[in-house]
Write a protein that binds this ligand. Structure first.
Ligand code: DQA
Length: 145
């Protein structure tokens, strides 16, 4: 089982970015946790981060036939991107939307997700742990479907 982890804009700044909201862990910490969790469940995981919407769209488009499922933290594009939503729908791969913070406790513009309706699940508010939980949940989903 091959999984793809995608992280969107500004997430490469984890560790120093608004630590009161996102914690002090780094993107490398999150990617390593996701990889070791995947391995624990007999899967492999590759990770990619981009600040550029089109690069994320391309990564999703190229995932078909290569990966069995996707975990994506679309970051700010969650709340704006029809293109990412269409890419997830077009790829047809089971996808989990992940957020570090609980977006529902934050500004109203973060309460809307363009991408969640085309994902199998949405997980948010668990900080770094979410990267492990999302992998565990996606592996279980893929084993059942
Ligand atoms: C985020 C939440 C988004 O609203 C925000 O734009 C981010 C990070 C999160 O992981 O909590 O960049 O996706």
């Amino acid at each position: 089982m091959k999984l793809l982890l995608l992280n969107g804009p500004n997430l490469r700044l984890l560790g120093t970015r608004e630590p009161d909201i996102y914690g002090s862990f780094t993107l490398a910490d999150a990617e390593t946790l996701a990889k070791t969790t995947a391995e624990k469940f007999g899967a492999t995981l590759e990770a990619f981060q981009s600040d550029i919407e089109g690069e994320l769209v391309s990564a999703i488009g190229q995932a078909r036939g290569v990966y069995d499922g996707i975990i994506i933290n679309p970051a700010a594009y969650t709340h704006t991107s029809v293109a990412l939503r269409d890419a997830i729908a077009a790829a047809g791969l089971p996808t989990v939307e992940l957020h570090i913070s609980n977006t529902h406790k934050r500004e109203a513009f973060r309460h809307v997700s363009y991408t969640a309706p085309v994902c199998v699940a949405q997980l948010q508010g668990f900080g770094l742990t979410g990267y492990a939980l999302a992998v565990e949940g996606l592996v279980a989903y893929l084993n059942q479907h």
